[in-house]
Design a binder for this molecule. Structure first.
Ligand code: CP
Length: 317
């Protein structure tokens, strides 16, 4: 059963980009484009979700995702509740589905869920009443679909098309839910060459089966790239030592101006955040003219507005 789509093919939940039809991804990107000017207006609001209650359930830390979901929901005129997990009854041993049931009893319309366990959002989506939608805001190392979508939005804004691009994803792909969502979206949108670059210890076994080319050194991997996406070392998900040291990692896989010069001169540099300067990326690159890292964050608002508006079955700005 496809939990994400209704019988007539509309978005019901957003849990993963794996298998999400191209037409839905394009509809999200186009709807997001129509919301871009809302942030520039004097009154930064449209009434599409007036009267709806959206609950942010973040069981893991977040700066960008939680905040931009809140801003996006408010710009759609929804009522937003940020459950503080650290001071919630989760600390008294309440089961996650009991928490969800209690919030549903407060007339929730949508849950935005981040959790360290892969499959948590899916688990909640299977449980909720038919009028409630669930958005996966990052589950374990499985998926981060709205990050993948805002990354596609960013690439389309700077590069226009997908069909002529070479995109490199660099670093800790093994532990990265963002990389998985990006790879699914890039291949669905027809990017002809998606590369992953990293040490053997940080690339998943059999990653080629996702339709990517594997590189173990930056010189070969970055050559001719249009888009370079850097990933953080996900130390919180690593079991045992996978790297000699952060300094050693930076020497071989950190993006410096010299290494970036191997990509096309107009290549853009992306990073989902949070960044570790001097580990996966040099400050000169992060703050340099080819970086689109902060625009990614801004675009995340419009993309999350689009996802929530489509889940609620409402139209454009
Ligand atoms: N990109 C991302 O998920 O960032 P946060 O962890 O700050 O939400």
């Amino acid at each position: 059963m496809n939990l994400q789509l209704t019988e007539d093919g509309r978005l019901r939940h957003l849990l993963t980009l794996d298998g999400l039809p191209r037409a839905i991804i394009m509809q999200i990107l186009d709807t997001a484009e129509s919301f871009m000017d809302v942030g520039e207006r004097e009154v930064k609001k449209v009434p599409l979700l007036r009267g709806k209650s959206i609950f942010n359930l973040f069981f893991e830390p977040s700066t960008r995702t939680r905040t931009t979901f809140e801003i996006a929901a408010k710009r759609l005129s929804a009522d937003v509740v940020n459950l503080n997990i650290a001071t919630s009854s989760q600390t008294k041993g309440e089961a996650i589905l009991d928490t969800v049931d209690n919030l549903a009893a407060m007339h929730a319309d949508m849950f935005i869920v981040r959790h360290s366990q892969s499959g948590a959002a899916h688990f909640i989506a299977q449980h909720v009443a038919p009028h409630i939608s669930v958005v996966n805001a990052g589950d374990g190392r499985h998926a981060h679909p709205t990050q993948g979508l805002l990354d596609m939005f960013t690439i389309r804004r700077y590069k226009g098309e997908f069909h002529n691009l070479t995109v490199a994803i660099v670093g800790d792909v093994l532990h990265s839910r963002v990389a998985r969502s990006q790879i699914h979206a890039l291949t669905t949108l027809g990017v002809p060459e998606v590369r992953v670059i990293g040490p053997k210890t940080l690339l998943p076994t059999g990653v080629e089966q996702m339709g990517v080319k594997v590189f173990h050194d930056m010189e070969d991997g970055l050559a001719g790239c249009d888009v370079v996406i850097m990933l953080r070392l996900q130390n919180e998900r690593m079991k045992g030592a996978r790297l000699p040291s952060a300094q050693e990692y930076f020497k071989f896989f950190g993006l410096t101006p010299e290494k970036l010069a191997l990509a096309k001169p107009d290549a853009i540099v992306m990073h989902p955040g949070p960044m570790n300067r001097g580990v996966e990326i040099a400050s000169e690159v992060a703050d340099g003219p080819q970086s689109v890292i902060l625009p990614q964050v801004t675009y995340g608002i419009a993309v999350r507005m689009a996802v929530m508006a489509m889940l609620a079955g409402t139209g454009n700005a």
